[in-house]
Design a protein around this ligand. Structure first.
Ligand SMILES: C[S@@+](CC[C@H](N)C(=O)[O-])C[C@H]1O[C@@H](n2cnc3c(N)ncnc32)[C@H](O)[C@@H]1O
Length: 218
């Protein structure tokens, strides 16, 4: 993995700052508003849907970061939860967060463009705030679609371009620092989902943040 993936894998400071903010919703709300002109509440609300699967359901959370989506899984949900990320630092934070919440999860150090899982292994794949960090988001979406079972759902969020001059300038800056890969517009995001053979549902954009879900026809 080169580019943004390598950057996230080696760095400590940016991931630590990001993870600390994401773990505290009020700070994330403020940061989302100030940096991206976005209301992050719908994204936090969508974490709750992760826990809506029946017992035994298989979830892949990639990139899991520090485990912000774990809050959506109620105790005793009985899910087969796989939390995956490229960064050993983030996986360490995610392990601690799972232990704190009593979530029984498996952890995997993976690059999202080469997932070590068989086809149709998961009922739900969630990908929050990761696609904009990747040099090849379309390939990553295709890989997530591959491991999703027919009838399964891909759900997530990503920073998108085109929200405004200020937000696009911040995207350009974060691309230069290596924190971002190749984010696209909301239309690009929909195109990546459809090119991966998924049926895209609503792509809801608030400021520069898009929340989306898509179903694998089956
Ligand atoms: C902005 S964080 C989002 C994490 C988490 N889902 C959240 O919403 O807080 C982006 C994550 O992408 C991970 N990442 C970057 N490139 C990756 C890759 N190629 N494969 C897997 N994870 C990657 C980083 O390590 C980081 O944890």
């Amino acid at each position: 993995m080169t580019g943004a993936g390598e950057h996230w894998s080696r760095r400590r400071l940016t991931p630590a700052i990001y993870e600390a903010a994401a773990a505290r919703e009020p700070i994330a709300r403020l940061g989302g508003r100030v940096l991206w002109g976005a209301d992050v509440r719908p994204m936090y609300a969508s974490f709750a849907e992760v826990g809506g699967l029946p017992q035994g359901g298989a979830v892949l959370d990639v990139p899991c970061g520090g485990g912000v989506a774990f809050r959506g899984v109620p105790p005793g949900a009985g899910l087969r939860y796989v939390a995956a990320d490229l960064s050993p630092f983030m996986l360490g934070r995610a392990r601690a967060e799972a232990a704190r919440r009593g979530l029984d999860a498996a952890f995997a150090r993976v690059s999202v463009d080469r997932l070590p899982f068989v086809e149709a292994a998961f009922d739900l794949v969630v990908t929050y705030n990761g696609l904009h960090c990747l040099p090849g988001p379309a390939a990553a979406v295709a890989e997530m679609a591959r491991v999703l079972r027919p009838g399964g759902t891909l759900r997530g969020s990503a920073v998108v371009t085109g929200a405004g001059v200020r937000q696009d300038a911040l995207v350009a800056l974060l691309r230069r620092t290596g924190d971002f890969g190749e984010p696209g517009s909301a239309a690009d995001l929909r195109a990546w989902l459809e090119a991966a053979g998924l049926r895209a549902g609503a792509v809801t954009v608030t400021g520069a943040l898009a929340c989306f879900s898509a179903v694998k026809p089956g």
